[in-house]
Design a binder for this molecule. Structure first.
Ligand code: G1P
Ligand code: ZN
Length: 543
């Protein structure tokens, strides 16, 4: 085989964040940029010689060209086999499953998740390790170190084989196996949820609208919902993955999935609405006239998981990211199982799942998953919801109201301030951190602070510590505000403000969250000086 060893220089700033490296697509397309980062990943993960590697992505612009480069590079670095989703497609949970099922060394997952795709939008790349989950911090640190010292990359001169048909090819001595991206995933779901029971639900006239937002979940949702489960054709909308996601911003929130929200709050709403994101790991579930807050969805799925086919032996533990509401904690307490509060980002759940300490985990950012893979899984969550509805035969709204009646309601909201000047955002967080010890006892906008800290996490499985994970302010009335900066944005800085308060009284469960949370929002604004420092009167996105 003809390997080119191409001299290169470190490219500044190739630091993987919570979900790998995200940049503008044109940055990834600059000569040598992707190659540089891929070689750094290969070094950082300890080489790929004699390894089998999974490769796939969410189908966004540059997906196929990037895969061709990755294949030529892992061949040059001695990998024995690449397992590639046909047409370069693998949803993030499907990639996680494939890595596990094939006992591969790991996988390259090409995605910028919910960020828009296209030549002028975003691209991303991360490496998942042998357990199917995102590379843990020591590995991402090693990758980052490699980006600083890299002096050459290796690439074979042969062209990569076509990837749009299933089959086995040779690339300079490495086997390239092109697989159906959907088949293994469908098999896994068949074991986890009761296809017969859900089929009966659809046969009884239950209606669903699943919006794939022209992103990766289209083929998966069509095969399962309309194929296996017999939902009528047209249940899946925007079901063809497009390189620019058809100009959708594939983030299933009220702003970007407005079409779906409008239908679900309109006169002709089906029984259930659902959507996933660009790479298929997020989910949102709606009923007629109601959208289920992701934090509530996690709590509710934890409380009902034993009803689903693959979980009849129950839940071993529940994990949530720190800014996620405390609704799940109430369920874990009632079940008498462990509850783990982790930093934002899925990689922290992996150790807990591997250790059998948690069965289900989730984040307020519309991510829920279980120990079936090591990523959050959008379609999985939607299928579990369907299995719960099929078993309980109640509407989504009834199931949610019943949950609040049992556990109380954790009113919750996240306010995002996007594309802030980095210096302003950094200074705001630095000043907050600097003043934490002075806050307890002080009153802001009528709210007295009880506790204030910067979240630090000690992983119970390996003792590793992750500090500075977000500022938490607890108020005397039990409500909470959390401040952190996004690790996935590609433009300036994004401030995320998360607020919540608990309401046990069912007579007060139908209020507008923004109204209920107005007091804590105002106190948070005064404490951090959001409007004063940024000049922004309101957030860009409220979820
Ligand atoms: C965001 C979400 C976080 C999620 C991550 C990857 O990260 O808030 O929960 O794990 O995307 O999907 P952030 O931009 O807040 O760092
Ligand atoms: Zn995603």
């Amino acid at each position: 085989m003809a390997v080119s060893i191409v001299p290169t220089q470190p490219i500044a700033g190739q630091k993987p964040g919570t979900s790998g490296l995200r940049k503008k697509t044109r940055v990834f397309m600059e000569p040598g940029y992707l190659e540089n980062y891929v070689q750094a990943i290969i070094e950082g993960v300890g080489g790929v010689k004699d390894r089998e590697i999974v490769v796939g992505g969410d189908g966004r612009y540059f997906n196929d060209a990037a895969i061709a480069i990755i294949l030529r590079m892992i061949a040059a670095n001695g990998a024995t086999k690449a397992i590639v989703g046909r047409a370069g497609i693998l949803s993030t949970p499907a990639a996680s499953n494939l890595i596990r099922k094939r006992a591969a060394y790991g996988g390259f997952v090409l995605s910028a998740s919910h960020n828009p795709g296209g030549p002028d939008e975003d691209f991303g790349l991360k490496f998942n390790v042998a357990n199917g989950g995102p590379a843990p911090e020591p590995v991402t640190d090693a990758i980052f170190e490699a980006t600083k010292t890299i002096s050459e990359f290796r690439i074979v001169e042969e062209a990569a084989p076509p990837i749009d048909v299933v089959g086995t090819f040779d690339l300079a001595g490495m086997t390239v196996e092109i697989v159906d991206p959907v088949a293994d995933y469908v098999e896994m779901m068949r074991g986890l949820v009761d296809f017969e029971r859900i089929r009966a639900l659809f046969a009884s006239g239950f209606t669903l609208r699943f919006d794939a937002m022209s992103a990766v979940t289209g083929p998966y949702a069509t095969a399962i919902l309309e194929g296996e489960l017999g939902a009528p054709k047209g249940t899946v909308v925007n079901g063809t993955p497009l390189p620019d996601f058809g100009h959708h911003h594939p983030d299933p929130n009220p702003v970007h999935a407005k079409e779906l929200f409008d239908v679900m709050f309109g006169p002709d709403a089906p029984d259930m609405g659902a959507a996933s994101d660009g790479d298929g790991d997020r989910n949102i579930v709606l009923g007629r006239g109601i959208s289920v807050a992701p934090s509530d969805s996690l709590a509710l799925l934890a409380a009902n998981l034993h009803l689903a086919k693959g979980y009849t032996s129950g839940v071993k533990g529940v994990a949530r990211s720190m800014p996620t509401s405390r609704a799940a904690d109430r369920v874990a307490a009632k079940l008498g199982v462990g509850m783990y509060e982790t930093p934002t980002g899925w990689k922290f759940f992996g150790n807990l799942l591997d250790a059998g300490m948690a069965t289900i985990c989730g984040e307020e950012s519309a991510g829920t998953g279980s120990d079936h893979v090591r990523e959050k899984d959008g379609l999985w969550a939607i299928l579990i919801w369907l299995d719960v509805v099929a078993t309980r035969r109640m509407s989504i709204a009834e199931i949610v109201a019943d949950h609040w009646k049992t556990y109380g309601r954790d009113y919750y909201s996240r306010h995002d301030y996007e594309a802030l000047p980095t210096e302003i955002a950094d200074a705001m967080l630095a000043d907050l951190r600097g003043g934490l010890t002075d806050l307890p006892g002080k009153v802001f906008a009528g709210m007295r602070v009880a506790t204030a800290d910067d979240f630090s996490y000690t992983d119970p499985t390996d003792g590793s510590v992750s500090s500075k994970q977000g500022v938490r302010i607890g108020f005397e009335d039990g409500s909470r505000a959390v401040f952190r900066l996004s690790g996935t944005g590609t433009q300036g800085a994004t401030l995320r403000l998360y607020v919540e308060c608990f309401e046990p009284d069912p007579a007060r469960h139908d209020l507008d969250p923004q109204m209920v949370l107005a007091g804590v929002l105002e106190a948070a604004d005064v404490i951090a000086g959001i409007e004063k420092r940024t000049g922004r009167e309101r957030p860009d996105v409220i979820t």
